[in-house]
Design a protein around this ligand. Structure first.
Ligand code: GTP
Ligand code: MG
Length: 193
């Protein structure tokens, strides 16, 4: 697929507002501020297709993008975790997120972003458990890998792979940096699968 030809379709507050549930969709998930929106911009070679921010909780809607035709989509999900929003709003997001993940028929897999400096949080574990239950493949991006020296980043990659080896082929892990644009080819290959 030509990821540079990705365009915005719409922002949906809930699953019910999402466009027709046909074709194939991959969702980008992860903690707030992990670098989900940045990864989508890096993958699509566009500066501001998905909105990024220093403030956690920037993405509050289910944002859908079409890769080429409307039947291949990537989705930027609201981050889970420490967004500075009231408890009640947070609970609502969790609800909409879980509804989307469980109810979206065209969902084929999850790209799970984790800041390489804090991988495998409790929320990440929850997402992995859910994906396992739903037989959904997960591809983990250890984002902001530019923040560590090359050797340290490699070690972290091996450590996370080892921690997840019980999931075998259902969970794959790679290094990624939107700043240095490293890891795009590996991500594209996995998405194409
Ligand atoms: P929410 O929408 O709030 O859930 O956040 P998000 O996961 O979409 O994160 P976003 O892409 O907005 O990035 C959050 C912050 O991390 C921004 O300040 C980015 O510039 C920074 N960031 C993202 N990717 C990288 C990276 O590869 N390297 C470095 N150093 N910083 C990054
Ligand atoms: Mg975002």
């Amino acid at each position: 697929l030509a990821y540079q030809h990705t365009r915005f379709i719409m922002s949906a507050p809930t699953l019910a507002h999402c466009p027709a549930d046909t074709g194939a969709e991959v969702a980008f998930a992860g903690r707030s501020n992990a670098g989900k929106s940045s990864a989508i911009n890096t993958l699509t070679r566009q500066k501001a297709l998905a909105r990024t921010s220093k403030t956690p909780g920037r993405t509050q809607l289910i944002n859908l993008f079409a890769v080429g035709d409307d039947d291949h989509r990537i989705v930027d999900l609201p981050g889970y975790g420490f967004a500075k929003v009231p408890e009640e709003v947070k609970r609502k997001w969790q609800h909409h997120l879980s509804e989307y993940l469980h109810g979206r028929q065209s969902l084929r897999g999850i790209v799970l972003m984790m800041d390489i400096r804090h991988p495998l949080t409790e929320f990440d574990q929850q997402m992995l458990a859910w994906a396992d239950e739903a037989d959904m493949p997960v591809h983990i991006l250890l984002t902001k890998s530019d923040k560590l020296k090359r050797g340290a980043a490699k070690n972290e990659l091996l450590r996370v792979r080892r921690a997840l080896h019980e999931w075998e082929d259902m969970v794959t892990v790679q290094l990624f940096s939107s700043h240095t644009k490293s890891g795009i080819d590996e991500l594209e290959k996995r998405l194409n699968q």
